[in-house]
Design a protein around this ligand. Structure first.
Ligand code: ZN
Length: 505
C-alpha cells in the first residue's frame, strides 16, 4: 500500500512527441510561434541544446529512451523491449509509483513490441492487430489513389510523350483530387488521436490515483504525417483556416514519388506550416496538462521531461518524412527540456547528450537507484551543477527498414553515426562509406570533408564506433534477446495461416 511518506518522492512526467525536430520549437530558437507555453517553461528548466537520439525512427529510438539501451544491442532482427528488461516504468513501479502510459496510436511502441512492460495502465489507442504506419495501404490512402494503372503506364511512357507527359500527370493528379469526396473537417482526415484526447485520458487517470507518486508517459503524434492539424492550432499560428481539400491536396502532393525534388519543393512551405501547427497543438495541451497538475497540487513535486523520438525531413537532404537512412541532424537532434522542482536552472553546455542517458538521469533526479543493466549513465550531477559532460552521442539504425513488422526488412545494412560537439562521422556499412562532417563550418551537413582532411579526428571517431560495435556483440544480453524473439514467435504463431518468421542466430 502506498503511504503518505511516498508523497515526498518526486513524480515524473515524460512527454515524447513524434517527429519533433529540435529546430522547430521556440526554446531552441525557432522564429515561428510553435511553443509559447513550453518556451515560458524553459525559463525554469534545463534546456539541453544538443540532445541526440540513439536511433531513428520510432522503433530505433525508444529502447534508449525507456530502457537506456542502444536499439541494435540485442541484434538487428530483434525489435522492441524485452519482457523482463528493466525500464523507467518497471523501476518506478517497483519503487511504489503509480504508472501509466497514453500513446497516440503508434504501433511501434505498442504492447506487440513490449512497451506495456512496467505500466499499471497502458493505453495505446490501437486495435487488436496494429499494422505498420508505412505499409502500402496507408501510402495509397495518403496519396489519394491517384496513381491508377493507366496513369502508371503513361508515366512509364512519359519520355516519349515529351512535355505533354508532364501536363498529363498534373491534370490527372488534379482530377483525382477533385473527384475524391472531401470530409467536412480535418478531424476526419487525421490518423491519430490528437493531443487533447490523450491529455483528457491522462487527467482522468491522474484524478484516480490519490496521493501516490506517479510516472506518466505520454506519446503524442500531432506533428506526424499525414499533416492534418487541428483548426484551432492553425488559427493560433495565424495561418487562418485551411480547407480539408487543400490540406489533403498538399499531403497527397508531398507523398508523390513520381516527382523530382524541385517540383515536390513547390509546396514545402505549406507542408511545414501544417507540421508547425501540429506542434502548436501539443504546446496548448501541455499548458492544459500542467494546469491540471497545478490544480491537483502535484506540479511542485513533479519532474517534467519534454522531448521527441526523432525529427523530420523537409528536403534538407532531399528527403521527406523520417526514413532510417542517413542519420542527418534533422532526424537525430531533438528538443529536450527538463524541469526539476527545487533545482536552480543552469545553462547546459553544447556537447551532445545521448538519449540513452535520459532514463538514468531522470531516476537520479528523483533520487532513485539506476539499474546496472542500463547502458547510459546519469548526467544529473553535471546538469545540476552546470558542468559540461564528455558528450559523444552514437546513433544507429538499419538502412531501409521502413516496415519493421516484416522480419526480412530488419536485416538491411547498419548505419551508425558518432557525434561530438564539432565533428560527426556517419558510417554506412553496405555499400561501405564514411562521411565526416565539420558541424561548425557546415551545420547543414552539405559537404563531407575530404578523406585526407582531419585524419586524427576521423581515426578517433572510428575507434569509438568500433568500440560500440564490439560491445554490442560481446556484451549482448542473450537472455533478453531470446525472450524477445520468443514473444514475436508466439505472436506469429497466433495468426492463423501465417508462417512463423525465422529468427536469425
Ligand atoms: Zn517516431
Amino acid at each position: 500500500m502506498r503511504t503518505q511518506k511516498m508523497r515526498t518522492q518526486k513524480s515524473i512526467v515524460l512527454v515524447t512527441v513524434d517527429c519533433l525536430r529540435a529546430d522547430h520549437v521556440g526554446f531552441m530558437g525557432y522564429e515561428r510561434p510553435t511553443s509559447p507555453f513550453l518556451d515560458s517553461l524553459a525559463s525554469e528548466s534545463f534546456v539541453v541544446p544538443t540532445a541526440i537520439v540513439a536511433g531513428a525512427p520510432t522503433y530505433y529510438s525508444f529502447p534508449a529512451i525507456l530502457a537506456s539501451r542502444y536499439p541494435l544491442a540485442l541484434g538487428r532482427d530483434v525489435l522492441g523491449l524485452g519482457p523482463d528488461e528493466p525500464t523507467l516504468a518497471s523501476v518506478l513501479r517497483q519503487a511504489g509509483y503509480a504508472t501509466a502510459s497514453f500513446g497516440a496510436a503508434n504501433p511501434y511502441i505498442s504492447s506487440r513490441f513490449g512497451y506495456e512492460h512496467g505500466f499499471d495502465t497502458f493505453r495505446d489507442f490501437l486495435g487488436d492487430e496494429p499494422s505498420p504506419l508505412s505499409d502500402e495501404k496507408a501510402n495509397a490512402a495518403n496519396s489519394n489513389g491517384w496513381a491508377s494503372r493507366l496513369n502508371r503506364k503513361l508515366q512509364k511512357n512519359r519520355p516519349a510523350l515529351g512535355p505533354l507527359g508532364m501536363v498529363y500527370d498534373e491534370l490527372y493528379f488534379e482530377y483525382c483530387q477533385r473527384v475524391t469526396p472531401v470530409p467536412d473537417s480535418l478531424d476526419a482526415l487525421r490518423r491519430f488521436p490528437s493531443a487533447d484526447v490523450i491529455v483528457d485520458h491522462t487527467c482522468t487517470w491522474l484524478s484516480s490515483i490519490g496521493d501516490a507518486p506517479f510516472f506518466l508517459w505520454l506519446h503524442l503524434m500531432d506533428p506526424h504525417s499525414p499533416y492534418y492539424p487541428k483548426d484551432a492550432a492553425l488559427t493560433l499560428m495565424g495561418q487562418g483556416p485551411v480547407t480539408t481539400y487543400r490540406a489533403r491536396y498538399l499531403n497527397s502532393w508531398w507523398n508523390r514519388s513520381d516527382l523530382g525534388l524541385r517540383r515536390v519543393a513547390h509546396h514545402r512551405d505549406e507542408i511545414v506550416g501544417l507540421y508547425d501547427a501540429g506542434i502548436r497543438w501539443v504546446d496548448t495541451q501541455m499548458a492544459r496538462l500542467t494546469e491540471t497538475l497545478r490544480g491537483a497540487k502535484r506540479w511542485d513535486d513533479c519532474i517534467f521531461a519534454f522531448t521527441a523520438d526523432h525529427g523530420e525531413e523537409f528536403l534538407d537532404h532531399g528527403g521527406r518524412y523520417h526514413p532510417p537512412s542517413r542519420l542527418m541532424e534533422e532526424l537525430i537532434r531533438v528538443p529536450l527540456l527538463l524541469r526539476v522542482p527545487g533545482s536552480e536552472k543552469r545553462d547546459v553546455g553544447k556537447s551532445p547528450f545521448s538519449m540513452v542517458h535520459l532514463a538514468p538521469t531522470l531516476l537520479h533526479a528523483a533520487q532513485l537507484p539506476v539499474p546496472a543493466d542500463f547502458q547510459g549513465r546519469s548526467h544529473w550531477e553535471q546538469l545540476r551543477r552546470g558542468g559540461s559532460f564528455d558528450g559523444v552521442a552514437i546513433s544507429e539504425c538499419v538502412a531501409g527498414c521502413t516496415n519493421p513488422f516484416r522480419w526480412e526488412n530488419r536485416m538491411g545494412p547498419r548505419v551508425l553515426s558518432v557525434r561530438e560537439s564539432r565533428y560527426k562521422l556517419v558510417l554506412h556499412f553496405d555499400p561501405p562509406a564514411e562521411n565526416l562532417y565539420d558541424l561548425e563550418a557546415d551545420p547543414g551537413e552539405q559537404a563531407p570533408l575530404a578523406s585526407e582532411v582531419q585524419k586524427p579526428v576521423r581515426r578517433r571517431l572510428l575507434e569509438i564506433a568500433r568500440e560500440h560495435l564490439r560491445r554490442s556483440s560481446e556484451q549482448r544480453d542473450s537472455r533478453t534477446r531470446v525472450q524477445t524473439c520468443l514473444r514475436e514467435l508466439r505472436l506469429e504463431w497466433k495468426k492463423p495461416g501465417d508462417k512463423a518468421s525465422p529468427v536469425a542466430s
